[in-house]
Design a protein around this ligand. Structure first.
Ligand code: HEC
Length: 186
């Protein structure tokens, strides 16, 4: 046998039984190993078709849990009642007056006729004056300078201040914030 001189010849005799005191033995694969290997093939043959065709999956479990949660927390989600729970409630209106005096007067004036912010007592509503919309306006703010108050006031005080706002004496004419030339009825 010719040997490439660059090669380190490690096994001059492939059948040599021991090298540096380390012996190679030719044992059979242990039975437990062969058995677990065979077992894994059986499991795969069952599991893969089951996973693919039975419809069972983590995604399905997740969807089922989301559905349960939707049902359980449906009430909690309904954060915004669709109508003001404090309408006409004298104590709440008094509390709302306090909120209005500290939080809203600077921009909407004490009588609600408007200054930096638009009039809250004229018939014109840019964003609408349903309870839901008014709540959203105060909770989340509006782009042209109305700050969001939700974090500071919380829902109770928002409803209170809105209940108070309703009691401000109304004006019939379009006030601050209404588009030029707008008349009630338009
Ligand atoms: C920093 C000034 C400022 C303060 C304070 C402020 N607002 Fe406003 N508000 C505005 C401005 C400006 C607008 C107009 C926003 C727009 O047109 O996008 C507005 C709009 C509104 C609207 C909508 C009016 C419409 O025509 O749809 C309501 C309702 C309102 N404010 C209520 C309140 C209440 C209640 C408070 C107190 C909790 C308050 N605002 C505090 C400046 C203010």
């Amino acid at each position: 046998m010719t040997t490439d001189p660059r090669e380190i010849v490690e096994y001059p005799d492939p059948d040599e039984a021991a090298r540096d005191g380390i012996e190679e033995e030719d044992n059979k694969i242990p039975a437990w190993f062969s058995a677990s290997f065979a077992f894994s093939i059986v499991i795969a043959a069952v599991y893969i078709p089951y996973y693919m065709f039975s419809g069972w999956s983590a995604a399905g479990q997740w969807a089922a849990q989301v559905e349960q949660a939707e049902v359980r927390y449906a009430d909690a989600r309904q954060v915004v009642p669709s109508s003001n729970p404090y309408r006409g409630n004298a104590a709440a209106i008094a509390a709302g007056e306090q909120v209005y005096a500290t939080t809203c007067v600077a921009c909407h004036k004490p009588d609600g006729s408007g200054l930096v912010g638009p009039s809250l007592i004229d018939p014109y509503w840019k964003y609408g004056n349903s309870d839901e919309v008014l709540y959203e306006t105060v909770d989340k703010g509006r782009p042209l300078g109305m700050p969001p108050w939700g974090a500071q006031l919380g829902s109770e005080k928002i409803w209170q201040v809105l209940a108070y706002m309703e009691t401000l004496p109304k004006s019939a004419a379009a006030g601050i914030g209404a588009p030029e030339g707008w008349t009630p009825g338009n």
